[in-house]
Design a binder for this molecule. Sequence first.
Ligand code: HBI
Ligand code: FE
Length: 277
Amino acid sequence: MEISVQDYARQCAEQGLRGDYSACRADFTVEQGYAYSEEEQAVWRTLCDRQSKLTARLAHPAYLDGVAKLGLLDRIPDFDAVSAILGGMTGWRIVAVPGLIPGDAFFHHLANRRFPVTNWLRTRDELDYVVEPDMFHDFFGHVPVLTQPVFADFMQMYGARAGDTIALGAGEMITRLYWYTVEYGLMQGPGEPLKAFGAGLMSSYTELQFAVESDKAHRVPFDLETVMRTAYEIDKFQRAYFVLPSFDALRDAFGQADLAGLAARFKDAPPLDPGAL
Ligand code: HBI
Ligand code: FE
């Protein structure tokens, strides 16, 4: 079931979501409209300066390599300029959106190697937390790892298969996979230090440190079936973080998964408690 831009815009306005949906195209994209104020540029630099001190220590090298190649830190990025570099690396590009868009439109972009990035930035009062995804979360969190070829392939595959999984009645299961990997994933290769790569961690000052460094963080080896069965909460630190051995492990587990079989077995079962894994 696809919702029209007009109906979606009305819903967003009613829910008090930020973002101007009036100029959306049928695929929910807009022009980036590069006209940010000095204050917005200053907020971007504050966010990047503060977070880069942490990512240097805690982020996966593939993420840091992406940041360096894409040049995101000095000022609010120009989406087309970043797309030109990213396209040369993995064939992905950035499209501007006014904020959250419907799931089917979001997945269709991913399946075509387009990552939707919100075109507005949080304010100085919201450095630590903003309810909806904003440009800092989308860009600083998600875009750098799209320079990693295997992860880039995984994201396209996710977009291509998410709709089918939802049609099987397993929307919750496929969303948990995104949540515990793309948003909150950790990685530790053999003999390597533990690092983070998930976008929700990259864009959070407090949770990035907690997830990688705290004795209190609960870290569990990645297993696709377990991930797809484990409940999550959106407004607290995660009660479990899944640790992947490599990007290949993520792509291969998902590529080989029998999604119809997993859906049939678990879609109506009570979810696993992350604290009890
Ligand atoms: N829209 N802009 C935007 N960003 C998202 O991360 C997003 C979305 N729409 C739907 C959606 N995510 C989801 O259904 C995923 O979280 C799985
Ligand atoms: Fe996100």
